[in-house]
Structure formats: C-alpha cells, structure tokens
Write a protein that binds this ligand. Structure first.
Ligand SMILES: Nc1ncnc2c1ncn2[C@@H]1O[C@H](COP(=O)(O)OP(=O)(O)OP(=O)(O)O)[C@@H](O)[C@H]1O
Ligand code: SF4
Ligand SMILES: [Mg+2]
Length: 362
C-alpha cells in the first residue's frame, strides 16, 4: 500500500457539470447471483439498487472491502455477466459520441459493436485477457484490428507500436508469449490493449493490486496519461484508498452490495459522512502518525442473507434502533455528495419508529 499524499491530486472534475450529458447512467441496478443448490434457490445480492452517473473525461473510483460487490457491479456495467450473475432490475445506459446503448432494457445490446472501440474493460487479474498460448501480437489483432482504420497489416502494426511506446513498452513484446513478460509488463500490455482503440469509456478492476509499489505508481501514472490524452472516462476499482486519493475525481464507496457514499475525492477524504467511509479513511497510514488504528468489529455480511435495515448496522459504532429495520435512503447531502446513513442525515429517519434514535452500538 502506498501512503496518502494529497487526496484528489489528479482531480480535474470535482463536481459533475449538470449541463453536460453523462457518458454512463446506471439506475437502480440490481444484479444477483441466482443459485440453485440441490433444488434450494439462493440469491447472492452482490449489486443492490445502485445508481451512478459518470461524465466525459471523469475518473470515478469504486472502493470497498473484499466481497462488497465491486467486481460484480463493474462486470454488470461492462455487459460482461455470465450465469449465475443475473440482472434482476435497473438500467445501464451509455451515451457514446454518436451512439447510445441500453444494456439491459429493450432488444439485446450489440456489445461487439461497442467493445474496445467505445468501451473497454480491464478485468481483475491481467492474464485473463491474454491467451497464454498465443503471442501478444495476436491479442492486438483479435481485439483491435477491425476497429482501427489502417490500409494494411503493416500500417495497423505501426499504430500498435506507437501506442506501446506511449506505455514505454518495446515493440518486441508483440513477439512474446504472456508468460515471458513480467507482471508489470503484462499489466501495461493489458492497458495498451484496452486503450489502443481510444475508447470513450474504460473500466479497470484492480489493475495494479498485484504489482509492487514502484511499478504500481508507474502504471497508474500511465493510465492517467493515456486517459487524459484520449479524453476518455475511467471507472476504476480498487480497495486501496490511497490509490483512489491519487487518481480519482470522484469516489463511490460500496458496502455489502450497496453504494453508501459518493462525492468528490477531496471532499470525501476531508469530511467523510458515512461511518464506514470514516473507518476506511481513518485506517490509512499517515507519515509520522504512530497512533494505533482501531479495526472494524465483526465480519462482512453474507450477501445471501444480508442484515435487514442498514447492512452496516451490526458493525457500526453509531447504529441506532431505526438502523435495524429501515434501509437508509441514498440522498443528496450537499454539493455533489450523496450518503445513505441516518446518523449523517437524521431528517431521513421515518416517523413512527419506537426509540428510533436510541443507540444500539456495543
Ligand atoms: N460466481 C459466483 N457465485 C456466487 N457468488 C459469487 C460469485 N462470484 C462472486 N460471488 C459473491 O458475490 C459477492 C461480491 O463479490 P465480488 O467479487 O463482486 O466482490 P469484490 O468487491 O470485487 O471483492 P474483491 O475485492 O475480493 O475483488 C461476494 O459475496 C461473492 O462471494
Ligand atoms: S444508517 Fe445507522 S447503522 Fe447505517 S451507517 Fe448510519 S448510523 Fe450506522
Ligand atoms: Mg473484485
């Protein structure tokens, strides 16, 4: 883990401009793993009622602990779901330049027409996209050749080589098999593949987690450089808050399949409203501060049987009676901020609940 520098240091767009159309609009999205275990039906509610908008040129980060549903959410947004993951409600709408697409409403979306050209997805684990028995060159031909207007194979390869150079990769990587490259090189090759067609929207799931700190820093700088150069939007997932602090314009915090807080990265780090976000930020290492950090009590909930009310209530130091039974609504809480917490937004506590504000925290 890197240490925290200046939150939102790369932030070009702290609060979305309402006059600009979002590239991505996710509305009330629900995607569950629908399982049939020897005749017993079970649903793992990995993505539950999530709404997000991402603007052109924006870097939006998703943070949250392991199993909170980050990968399930972005697989669903990328149109990369396979059974048992099933969309049970909501919308995913992309507004690309000259092309709009709804992934889950209406006729099945023509994903082949948008993949790589308009939308690219760097999956968790960089080897997933590279075929271990084929040279890297073949991956570029398979994914990018039909989207790049080049009069010949040689001209196409020149475009690829120029792009590899942007990511400080030698043209020789095209002749290599994936296992012949180091982890950092494979990661850069994956990023090169995802960006060579200059897509308007890039989705990246933990693209730097397996790398050492120095390589991680370099890869992150390259992702930002390429994103700025081609002017795309980036949806970036990692559980590492210090990476978010250095890269993202805005952040969404996930807990147990739900979005619990959202805001400009610098605002969220300066004044986290949700107790879970407060915990994530207070546990970050700071240079010179040797104060012991308190862990979060309890364990993450089982998403096949999540706690009723606020899913965070069994672990929340501020939990009240109302939190046991009522789901806190995800409401606007100041400019560019949203939060789902009765303690942060007491006016959202419904009337008629006995002892609604009595503390239940241990
Ligand atoms: N194929 C599957 N079948 C059933 N449940 C699954 C499947 N894949 C993931 N899940 C469950 O869905 C929930 C969300 O998982 P997901 O991988 O989206 O979390 P994550 O936030 O990306 O975690 P990590 O940080 O470890 O990558 C977890 O409870 C997980 O156990
Ligand atoms: S709604 Fe209640 S339990 Fe949930 S985070 Fe807020 S105070 Fe804690
Ligand atoms: Mg994941």
């Amino acid at each position: 883990m890197t240490t925290l520098t200046q939150p939102g240091a790369g932030a070009a767009m702290a609060t979305p401009d309402a006059s600009v159309r979002p590239v991505l609009s996710v509305e009330d999205l629900r995607a569950y793993y629908v399982l049939d275990l020897f005749g017993v039906k079970r649903e793992v509610r990995a993505v539950d009622d999530i709404s997000i908008r991402i603007m052109p040129n924006e870097i939006y980060g998703i943070a949250g602990e392991s199993s909170s549903g980050k990968t399930s959410l972005i697989k669903t947004i990328a149109g990369a779901i396979q059974p048992p993951l099933t969309v049970v409600g909501g919308k995913v709408h992309f507004d690309f330049r000259g092309k709009s697409i709804d992934l889950y409403s209406g006729a099945p979306a023509d994903l082949d027409a948008i993949r790589w050209r308009h939308l690219s997805y760097i999956m968790q684990g960089s080897m997933n996209v590279l075929n271990p028995v084929r040279r890297v060159r073949q991956a570029f031909i398979d994914f990018a050749a039909r989207h790049i207007a080049a009069p010949s194979r040689r001209a196409f390869e020149e475009v690829v080589v120029a792009h590899l150079d942007r990511l400080h990769l030698s043209p020789h990587v095209l002749d290599a098999y994936p296992h012949e490259l180091s982890g950092g090189m494979r990661q850069r090759v994956t990023i090169a593949l995802a960006t060579v067609c200059k897509p308007e929207f890039i989705i990246a799931d933990e693209p730097t987690t397996a790398l050492d700190v120095v390589v991680q820093k370099r890869v992150l700088a390259m992702i930002r450089e390429v994103q700025r150069e081609i002017g795309s939007s980036l949806l970036f997932v990692t559980h590492d808050m210090s990476v978010h602090a250095n890269l993202c314009d805005r952040l969404g915090i996930m807990y147990a399949g739900r979005l619990v807080e959202e805001g400009a990265t610098s605002d969220l780090f300066a004044s986290p409203k949700h107790p879970y976000t407060q915990h994530l930020i207070s546990s970050l290492p700071r240079i010179g501060d040797r104060t012991p950090r308190e862990g979060l009590k309890g364990t993450p909930p089982n998403l096949a049987d999540p706690p009723p009310g606020c899913r965070f209530h069994p672990r929340c130091p501020m939990a009240m009676e109302v939190c046991r039974t009522v789901v806190p609504p995800f409401v606007t809480a100041g400019k560019g901020r949203r939060v789902a917490c009765f303690a942060a937004e007491p006016e959202t506590i419904p009337d008629g609940i006995a002892n609604a504000t009595r503390s239940i925290a241990a």
